[in-house]
Design a protein around this ligand. Sequence first.
Ligand code: NAP
Length: 339
Amino acid sequence: MSKLWNIAIVGATGAVGSQMIDCLEERDFPVGKIKYLASSRSAGEILEFKGKPVLVEELTHDSFAGIDIALFSAGGDRSRDFCPSAARAGAVCIDNSSAWRMDPDVPLVVPEVNPHAIARYTKKGIIANPNCSTIQLVVALKPLHDYATIKRVVVSTYQAVSGTGKKAIAELDKQVKDLLQGKPPECKVYPHQIAFNCLPQIGSFGDNGYTGEEMKMVNETRKIMEAEIRVTASTVRVPVFYGHSESVNVETERKITVEKARELLTGAPGVEVVDDPANGVYPMAVDAAGQDLILVGRIREDESIENGLNLWVVADNIRKGAATNAVQIAEILIGKYLQ
Ligand code: NAP
């Protein structure tokens, strides 16, 4: 029988953590012992793994004895505090927060783009999972970059509320119901009403006027693609529950025709081309939700520059944008690096 691995899920009660449980089950990951960790608020709750009850325990620095892989999705502060303890106890951490992503000693990995980077996990015992909007962007960019060398990317996002976690999902749900009943919306998670609205702010504003989310897309794209691509981003929260959409403009060194772009993307790992505009077929958040592929469509030449393309890129932010990507990294880790 092949080896089984002991897994801890830190943030098991959250939007990403619950999806991680589902992904491990769906992909039949060889799990030995499973440990669910969360805050004291949920300690004592019972969740399931493959139909068997699992107790949620409070996260402490002693939570990781005997754990091989710790999947973190409990916010940056917990990752900063607890990944080093988990690594000292011998676990490899795969972290969904932004805490370690730009650390030069921590690989930032999207398996379809830079799986080789996983080898550097030994430096700190931590592998970072990129931001959800960056993951879907780089999976679509990779085949185009390999063929024609991307010089510049202009991306505008339309991001679902599930990207902010379970409280944001509940807030949109409640605001929609309240507004339809003529009641004023209660705004706790977002600074303004999100129902029937678009918020051009994700994260806080930096001195340069860009938000944290926008700068993540700039910096993480370069680190993952291992290229000095110029990237500029505008990130917008929209009243969608699941699935981030992105308008992506790409400028390349050499020309890519629409036909060539379709051909490159059709064969690319993790991508599905959904592009038949004459019949009203293009990627949509409702179709992307609940599956793992990056849907690419509306492929057309940018007629305002010599070598440019426009794309519409949509993916499930909780699955490929977070949980699935982390579990894929774990699969490579046990297949190639851990004994
Ligand atoms: P969420 O739904 O709010 O869940 C947060 C999880 O963290 C819950 O399990 C919560 O446990 C746990 N937690 C909070 N404070 C804790 C503490 N002091 N000690 C231990 N556990 C604690 O958030 P989420 O959307 O799953 O996001 C989690 C992380 O993943 C964040 O770092 C986020 O940036 C990242 N991420 C999210 C997405 C996305 O699309 N949602 C994508 C990529 C990355 P309780 O239930 O006990 O509060």
